[in-house]
Design a protein around this ligand. Sequence first.
Ligand SMILES: [Zn+2]
Length: 153
Amino acid sequence: MRNEKGQFVKGNIHTPESLEKMRLSHLGMKQSDETKRKKSIAFAGNKNPLWKNGVSGNGTGYIRILKPEHPYASKRGHVFQHRLVMEEFLGRFLTKEEVHHINGIRDDNRIENLMLFENHFKHMQYHIKQRIINYFLSMLIIDKFKEVNQWAT
Ligand SMILES: [Zn+2]
């Protein structure tokens, strides 16, 4: 697709509203209930092979499995499924390590969606870095949009 000056332009030009939505979602800030609902539908049921074994609805969004024999089970005998998946992958128990969900979906416990951190501090450091990177990326997108608008007028 070309514009009136004959320059190539991409198919979708974002509106300021959609850019703002992108910026907010990149910042990991407000996620509407609608988005949350869509995500949970997308990953519910058969689409997520791990779902059936899960104990969901504990309010945190994470899936817990009843496994009282696990050495690090909670007092009630639960272990987070994402930790179990990582343990199975590594072939050992996790202690101080923390498991991060790459796509931000807390019940998507496919191994390719999980990332291991040495400890809580390293994990949180990563979250802060991601926020900063996403903030500057979203600023770049908005600047580009302004530039495109200037050319057009
Ligand atoms: Zn995380």
